[in-house]
Design a protein around this ligand. Structure first.
Ligand code: IMP
Ligand code: MG
Length: 423
């Protein structure tokens, strides 16, 4: 494997965690470059389920270096808890396999409270955030008033900066009618987490460039998905980072020309959590998947909205990310259907659209145009190779890959490592 950027081609929850875990077998280093603990990557291996939020899934395999890059926003208490949880599940976590960038910004309690207050204030226009403080944390980063990991591991400096930030944010919280924060409590909890994380902290740009020099192979694991990107997504119904391929460069300090391949992960259908436009959403299909116990969020437990495969969205994701190969997951979710719809283009008033309109109001007004494909009505979860798949499942995959304009390289038929078909 060469240096690969893995991105979600839809609205997140494409099953990236499982594909990353699978690809990690041949990688040396796994890097998170954006997002925070709003992400939830589920990996099932050896009958054990692991849910990761901030730590790259590479941590589950021995001798893989995992990096939390400069572009990530880190809730230090959440990472410390995640490390402890992994250790309780007998996963080794030490500075030999985890590095945290000193430039990564911190998520602080006022970010979470502001996230919550802003959502409440928006009422029915809420974004449906994970309430992890992600938006306000990236907001502070852009406004140049953020605190970073480098600050956290210098206690006296951290306390001084935190006192000022809490003072300012308490005034804002008061205006919202929310309870102010107690500096002493926050300071103590963060310094305690900081002491736990200090051994992992370094300049991860240097670490990654040394690895490149040594010919190591790096996997950049994207969090969320293309249409949650702060620039290219369905703004304002997005997350606050660049979830698309470019984010892997800015969020890690590895330059574009060192990237060899972009792998887009997509479900065989579409899902979305939170509010915002979703042209192919279908209630009946949602109910069917939820009835099977599928499509509940790893981070918040929320039921995901579900709909048909949207080739318009995925085609655009191919453009923005430069997707070379695709991995299609959750094929088995379609096993019981007699007929499967695939959206090939949108109608917006009289116009036919090949790519989504940029404005979310236009996207909301778009009517999907479908083609209908025959289902296979056979369980696929035991398929180990291409030839084990029913003919109609093979042609379904071929059609969606062709519509997406990329090469099909992986099909996944279940959550386990061995339920992965490589082409
Ligand atoms: P935030 O990232 O918590 O601010 O949430 C903004 C939007 O992104 C909401 O619609 C969330 O549901 C969505 N979102 C954030 N992280 C994920 C993820 O990992 N998977 C799917 N949706 C996500
Ligand atoms: Mg997820």
């Amino acid at each position: 494997m060469s240096n690969t950027i893995l991105v979600g081609a839809q609205w997140g929850d494409e099953g990236k965690g499982k594909i990353i875990d699978f690809l990690t077998e041949t990688a040396d280093i796994v890097v998170r470059s954006q997002g925070g603990n709003n992400a939830g990557h589920t990996v099932i291996t050896g009958g054990t389920k692991y849910v990761l939020h901030l730590i790259p899934s590479g941590i589950l395999r021995p001798n893989k270096m995992c990096v939390i890059g400069n572009g990530v926003v880190v809730d230090p208490i959440a990472v410390a808890t995640e490390i402890e949880g992994l250790r309780a599940q007998k996963i080794k976590v030490s500075k030999a396999n985890l590095a945290i960038s000193d430039c990564a910004h911190l998520v602080l309690p006022y970010h979470r409270l502001l996230d919550e207050q802003r959502e409440l204030k928006k009422g029915k226009n809420k974004i449906g955030t994970t309430k992890r403080g992600i938006g306000p944390a990236y907001g502070d980063k852009a406004a140049r008033v953020g605190l970073r990991i480098a600050d956290l591991i210098q206690p006296a400096l951290f306390s001084e900066k935190l006192a000022l930030r809490i003072k300012e944010n308490n005034a804002v919280l008061k205006a919202f009618g929310a309870k102010p924060l107690n500096f002493k409590e926050v300071n103590a909890a963060y310094l305690e987490a900081g002491a736990k994380l200090a051994p992992f902290v370094s300049n991860t740009v240097v670490l990654l460039h040394q690895a490149l020099k040594a010919g190591k192979e790096i996997l950049f694991e994207g969090a969320q998905g293309t249409f949650l990107d702060i620039d290219h997504g369905t703004y304002p119904y997005v997350t606050s980072s660049n979830t698309t391929a470019g984010g892997a460069c800015t969020g890690s300090g590895v330059p574009p020309h060192r990237m060899d391949r972009v792998l887009g992960v997509m479900k065989a259908y579409t899902t979305r959590v939170g509010e915002g436009p979703f042209p192919t959403e279908n209630m009946e299909f949602s109910d069917m998947l939820h009835g099977m116990g599928r499509e509940f969020g790893a981070t918040t437990g929320r039921a995901r909205r579900c709909g048909w495969f949207d080739a318009v969205a995925v085609r655009y994701a191919g453009m923005i990310n430069g997707i070379d190969d695709i991995a299609v997951t959750n094929l088995d979710g379609l096993d019981s259907l007699a007929k499967i719809k695939v959206c090939t283009h949108y109608k917006l008033a009289r116009r036919t659209l090949e790519v989504p309109p940029s404005d979310f109001r236009d996207l909301t007004a778009c009517k999907p145009v479908y083609t209908e494909l025959p289902g296979w009505q056979t369980p696929t979860h035991e398929a180990k190779q291409w030839d084990d798949l029913p003919k109609n499942a093979q042609s379904y995959l071929r059609v969606i890959a062709e519509l997406a304009g990329a090469r099909l390289s992986i099909a996944s038929v279940g959550p386990n490592r061995d339920q992965t078909i490589v082409l």
